[in-house]
Design a protein around this ligand. Structure first.
Ligand SMILES: [Mg+2]
Ligand SMILES: [Zn+2]
Length: 196
């Protein structure tokens, strides 16, 4: 099934996608944009496509950084990359059983809800398989931008792979026909959100 589509929003993973991955970073001075991030976000904003961040920050649950340090890092991200229309952050850890930590779909659903769009109209951009699984679980379009840490099987299994963030925006803003995700979103029905 194909149709013309432009996204309701583009939801970016933070670490390794928008900024260099510094594990459990609580120091705003260590925030460094990924190549092309500023330009890519600028193009989306000029096209009136909402942009958001969906990020796992288990360092908070692990006690490796405080919520305040995380906020400072995120403020620095906005200083360098401009304002985002929504932030959806999971501060839990693997064993906490939350519904937001990627690969669960919670962050994608939350960001979409804040932006008042359907997850099915969203594009999720990330650097690892977890990001793509979260996208698929939420019914969103996933685009992987591999880095040196991305595993070969994550690239093989990705629904779509882009060379860099400029390539992502080319794909997202192109009026070319693109595939519609064939997955259903059973959670939407389960939660009784008829609009979805
Ligand atoms: Mg990442
Ligand atoms: Zn969570």
């Amino acid at each position: 099934m194909f149709e013309r589509r432009r996204p309701g929003a583009v939801l970016f993973d933070r670490d390794g996608t928008l900024i260099r991955d510094v594990p459990y970073n609580g120091d705003p001075r260590r925030v460094e944009p990924m190549p092309g991030a500023v330009e890519a976000l600028g193009r989306l904003r000029r096209a009136d496509v909402p942009v958001a961040v969906v990020t796992n920050q288990s360092g908070v649950a692990k006690g490796l950084l405080t919520p305040d340090e995380m906020d400072q890092v995120n403020a620095r991200v906005e200083e360098l990359l401009g304002p985002f229309d929504a932030w959806a952050i999971c501060v839990h850890d693997e064993g906490d059983g939350c519904t937001c930590r990627k690969p669960a779909p919670g962050l994608v659903i939350r960001a979409a809800a804040v932006l008042d769009v359907s997850p099915r109209e969203c594009v999720v951009v990330g650097d690892i398989g977890r990001d793509m699984e979260a996208a698929r679980a939420a019914g969103a379009r996933g685009i992987l931008v591999p880095t040196a840490v991305t595993l070969p099987e994550e690239i093989d299994q990705a629904p779509e792979v882009a060379g860099d963030l400029a390539d992502v925006v080319d794909r997202v803003l192109s009026d070319a026909e693109g595939p519609v995700p064939a997955v259903s979103a059973p959670w939407a029905r389960a939660m009784g959100w008829s609009r979805w």
